[in-house]
Write a protein that binds this ligand. Structure first.
Ligand code: NAD
Length: 324
């Protein structure tokens, strides 16, 4: 019989790519989201538009038993959305409601295997003060001290999934994603993340222009291309690894160096102007020892390769906007 999958958050960036990967494997896929994908149409067999904070809608969406359920829906965005403090109540309330509703509905429908997308934002702030040596080993999550309510919500929801696994026999798989980027992601409007924002700024710049970078630009991060994120997600989902694991790259780069790399890919010379802005922790890198050990797999694509594809896509969006 054809395997079935439900993807919550299928209208979002990673969810949309995940649906395509599941379809390529031949699964029957139902996508659910507040909205259809902004860029490119979904490949899902069925797509339900609705609000996962609404228990009745969730009951409808999860009315049958699915072989695989992927829960990626969340109220989220880049630093400009998550670190200002202005959206904390919505972020916590909306994402927690979604997770509680989805788990309840899975339990009722007898769907056992559930993937939950947590985040690197759960790691304690004090372990990420040194931009060259951040500690994001999975076991360092406790004692907990995330630097945002977005991170706290993810950590509490991780525990919710683990508690449902312990008490109701569910098989939860939890990934802590580290900065995923790629084509078809949000690239303007305030919720975009650093790689997309910088690709847009470089695409909009004339040769020799100055672009603005939030913070001193010496803060470091790692960025994972969306194809590898989806590959890791599927591997984790089909594994017996019940504890949360990082899915991220360990190719550390400062934000200023990221901007320079994008400019180089674009073939432009740009000056960087560092301005005050929401930046988050000083350094963050995926520790991939556990995933390599447990899954025999870890991401290894070069950042520059993923950026090339992402820049090309965003430059096309910018050009279409300017000419349209
Ligand atoms: P995204 O914002 O593109 O996708 C999330 C989707 O959830 C959106 O399409 C949104 O409409 C949907 N959604 C929000 N509230 C909803 C509701 N009430 N009902 C139905 N749908 C709702 O984000 P993404 O980058 O694709 O991230 C997917 C998941 O991975 C999220 O849970 C996010 O927190 C997590 N994550 C992402 C990253 C990253 O770098 N992109 C890093 C860490 C964790």
């Amino acid at each position: 019989m054809t395997k079935t999958a439900l993807v919550c958050g299928a209208g979002g960036f990673i969810g949309n790519h995940l649906v395509s990967a599941l379809k390529a494997e031949g699964l029957h896929v139902r996508g659910v989201d507040l909205k259809r994908p902004e860029f490119g149409d979904t490949q899902a067999d069925e797509f339900m538009v609705g609000d996962l904070r609404d228990q009745n809608f969730v009951a409808e969406a999860v009315e049958a038993r699915f072989d695989e359920i992927y829960q990626l829906a969340a109220d989220m965005g880049g630093a400009g959305f998550v670190f200002t403090g202005d959206n904390d109540a919505d972020i916590m309330h909306n994402s927690m409601s979604i997770n509680i509703n989805v788990l309840d509905a899975c339990k009722r429908s007898g769907s056992k295997r559930i993937f939950y997308s947590s985040s690197a934002c759960i790691y304690p702030e004090e372990n990420q003060m040194d931009p060259e040596n951040p500690n994001c080993e999975e076991s360092s999550a406790y004692p907990a001290n995330p630097d945002s309510d977005y991170g706290w919500e993810k950590l509490i929801s991780e525990r919710l999934y683990q508690a449902f696994a312990r008490n109701y026999g569910m098989e939860c798989r939890i990934a802590r994603y580290h900065n995923i980027f790629g084509p078809l992601g949000t690239w303007h409007g305030g919720r975009e993340k650093a790689p997309a924002a910088l690709c847009r700024k470089v695409a909009e710049a004339e040769d020799g222009d100055t672009i603005e970078i939030w913070g001193d630009g010496k803060q470091t991060r790692t960025f994972l291309f969306v194809d590898e994120c989806v590959e890791g997600t599927l591997k984790l989902m089909r594994s017996d690894v019940a504890e949360p694991v990082n899915i991220g790259s360990d190719e550390l780069i400062s934000i200023n160096a990221l901007a320079d790399l994008i400019a180089q890919i674009a073939g432009k010379t740009v000056q960087l102007q560092n301005i005050p802005g929401p930046v988050g922790v000083r350094g963050r890198s995926s520790d991939n020892r556990l995933i390599a050990d447990r899954l025999g797999w870890s991401p290894n694509a070069k950042l520059a390769d993923g950026l090339q594809q992402t820049y090309a896509w965003i430059a096309r969006q910018v050009a279409d906007t300017q000419h349209g």
